[in-house]
Write a protein that binds this ligand. Structure first.
Ligand code: RB5
Length: 146
């Protein structure tokens, strides 16, 4: 799967772990940084990943910051994005089955890195259930339209 990936300064180590782990599992990673020294602003990186996913240039996006939360807030401002910050197996699985989430955000300062790698695998492998959920996703999509 083609995955756009980015982090701010607070997520660099976990982003590198995710990049290596997912590449080893055969995914194509598009790493959008940050590679800068010092602090950067997480919305700048969230929007880069979100735009690529919304444009269909990447199938999914993964974002890392200190908590995962700022990245999710910013990514969700881009039309077509359903970004989540899953924290266990249930929220990870359900974010795909029910919400058809296309961006996952993780927090290097608050999550165990080995757990995040497992959650990333699960999130990428889990399909969307459709059915009754589609009406709800369509209502979310309608919020994107002017
Ligand atoms: C950066 O200090 C921190 O605020 C950021 O990485 C993230 O946790 C925001 O949600």
């Amino acid at each position: 799967m083609k995955i756009a990936l980015a982090s701010d300064h607070a997520g660099k180590k976990l982003r590198a772990m995710l990049r290596d782990h997912l590449a080893q599992r055969g995914h194509e990673l598009v790493d959008l940084g940050t590679d800068q020294e010092g602090s950067v602003d997480y919305p700048d990186f969230a929007v880069e990943v979100a735009k690529r996913v919304a444009a269909g240039e990447a199938e999914r996006g993964i974002l890392v910051c200190g908590t995962g939360l700022g990245m999710a807030i910013a990514a969700n401002k881009v039309a077509g994005i359903r970004a989540v910050a899953p924290y266990d197996e249930n929220t990870t699985r359900l974010s795909r089955e029910h919400n058809d989430a296309n961006v996952a955000c993780f927090g290097e300062r608050v999550q165990d890195p080995e757990l995040v790698l497992r959650l990333a695998d699960l999130w990428l492998e889990t399909g969307y259930d459709g059915g009754r959920h589609e009406r709800r996703i369509e209502k979310i999509r309608s919020l994107d339209r002017p």
